[in-house]
Write a protein that binds this ligand. Structure first.
Ligand code: 5AD
Ligand code: SF4
Length: 470
């Protein structure tokens, strides 16, 4: 039984990060034979990719995937802690699992991911949801076989959550969702400690993967026919800083581009670490996609300071212009929080001002959600929720206007699209993304699946476009 501890999670050790290979003991390989599993994923791409590892590990244990949660023998929730509503969704689902377990007591149920790293969540599970069989965190996914082995032999919830970061585990098995595009972790954790954000506590200290391991993975994906890789990290621009070597994200990006894989993407960038050298590399290699997610969070210097973001409105706008100059066709998207503690109307107008200047291709917008243990959760916050909701509404109207305007520029143009799946609504349509990350629905036969084709855009909406093969 290893419980999460908030105080431990806040610490940053100088311990050297070990790199080791994934191993699974033979005694765990039969646990799942004849049984099925279902994993439900909440949250960001990092979690989506963790689920791809979890699924493959379960399959090494003999389990088979089942799309129907209600009929599965093992049900696992891979959770997100970023905002209160993510929490609520998960607790709602845990309630459903309770009923399932009452109907079929033989099923195994578990919770993992970012919420599992939270002390308050695990306390609540132990108090209210004792029927759950196991809980493990973000640092020990590779230990899932041993955790399940323990959980099955016990009649109370088995908790195994490390609050100190784990090793970097190479060669983890992976069952990828797509045959054409792949996530590649380049780093784990985050040391930025923005005052509103729980990630540095749930994902631990920053640990970069070795450059040679990343390149090896990209090369093998290319050999397997993958067209696109997305380099993943909470703060990819800080890649390598913890390794104390003389290369950084721009060197990594360049090496990945040189593998010749057709499309390279990366998320998420922090404006603070975005160097000129990186912008040069993005502009120089045609296979680095002209799409950048550049979280703004707020346009007010006062609020940015309270958020611990380490840039100002002016320096953000300078960076934005620099990127637009070097990569003229780049699409740029952002994240914005409204209603941070103490945000007043003037602060909010500063945010709107940045949106009006940047005219983002799209933006994810949120109302501030206090997260237990973060500094912002303790800040005085006397703005009524109705005011925050009104700000969000106003912001969304402006954001949507620019999103549509950005899409309208594509009308009648030809753009490259990686066609990656059959539309759910109409099986004569394929869907895919442009180099600039615009979703396009295309009338095309299935033989185009997995191909990057030129598409002529025939209609545009705020969130997607329609087109035909050019
Ligand atoms: N409240 C609201 N939004 C948040 N985000 C992160 N933490 C919080 C929080 N406590 C948003 C940020 C981040 C995105 C992934 O989620 O905008 O960029
Ligand atoms: Fe959610 Fe953040 Fe964890 Fe991703 S890293 S799952 S966004 S809390």
């Amino acid at each position: 039984m290893l419980m999460p501890h908030l105080d431990e999670a806040k610490k940053r050790t100088k311990n050297k990060v070990l790199v080791r290979k994934f191993e699974i003991d033979d005694k765990f390989k039969k646990i799942g034979v004849g049984k099925t599993y279902y994993v439900k994923t909440y949250g960001c791409q990092m979690n989506v990719h963790d689920t791809e590892n979890i699924k493959a590990i379960l399959e090494e244990m003999g389990f088979k995937e089942n799309d129907d949660m209600e009929k599965s023998d093992l049900i696992l929730l891979n959770t997100c802690a970023i905002r209160e509503n993510a929490h609520n969704k998960v607790f709602g689902m845990i309630g459903r699992l309770k009923h399932l377990k009452e109907d079929r007591p033989g099923i195994i149920t578990g919770v993992c991911g970012c919420m599992a790293q939270e002390e308050v969540v695990v306390d609540e599970i132990l108090n209210k949801f004792k029927f759950l069989d196991f809980v493990f965190g973000t640092h020990n996914i590779d230990e899932l076989p041993a955790i399940l082995y323990e959980a099955i032999s016990k009649n109370k919830t088995f908790i195994d959550v490390k609050s100190i970061e784990g090793d970097i585990v190479e060669d983890m098995p992976v069952k990828r969702d797509s045959k054409y595009k792949a996530f590649v972790n380049i780093m784990y954790g985050c040391d930025k400690f923005c005052t509103y954000c729980i990630v540095p506590y749930t994902r631990g200290k920053q640990r970069s993967r070795r450059i040679e391991d990343i390149i090896k993975e990209v090369e093998s994906l290319k050999k397997d026919g993958y067209k696109e890789v997305t380099l993943l990290g909470q703060n990819v621009n800080a890649y390598g800083k913890d390794l104390n070597l003389d290369y950084d994200m721009s060197d990594l990006l360049e090496l990945v581009a040189k593998t010749g894989i057709e499309r390279v993407r990366f998320v998420t960038s922090h404006p603070w670490d975005f160097t000129d050298k990186m912008i040069d590399v993005i502009g120089k290699y045609p296979n680095i996609m002209p799409y950048i997610h550049l979280p703004l969070q707020s346009g007010s210097d006062r609020i940015l300071k309270l958020m611990g973001r380490r840039y100002t409105k002016e320096s953000y706008l300078e960076l934005f212009d620099k990127i637009k100059k070097a990569v003229p066709n780049a699409s740029i998207t952002t994240d914005i929080i409204v209603g941070f503690p103490g945000e007043n109307d003037d602060d909010f107008l500063e945010t709107l001002d940045v949106v009006n200047k940047c005219k983002y291709d799209s933006a994810f917008t949120f109302i501030f959600s206090p997260r237990e243990g973060t500094p912002a959760a303790k800040m005085k916050d006397d703005t009524p929720l109705s005011v925050k909701e009104e700000r969000l509404h106003r912001l969304n109207e402006v954001v949507n206007k620019y999103a549509l305007e950005a899409n309208q520029k594509y009308l009648d143009k030809e753009v490259p699209v990686l066609l990656e799946n059959v539309s759910e609504k109409d099986d004569s349509m394929l869907a895919g993304y442009t180099d600039t990350m615009k979703l396009v629905n295309v009338k095309a036969s299935k033989e185009y699946l997995g191909k990057i084709v030129n598409v002529k855009i025939t209609d545009v909406k705020t969130w997607s476009m329609d087109g035909e093969i050019a």
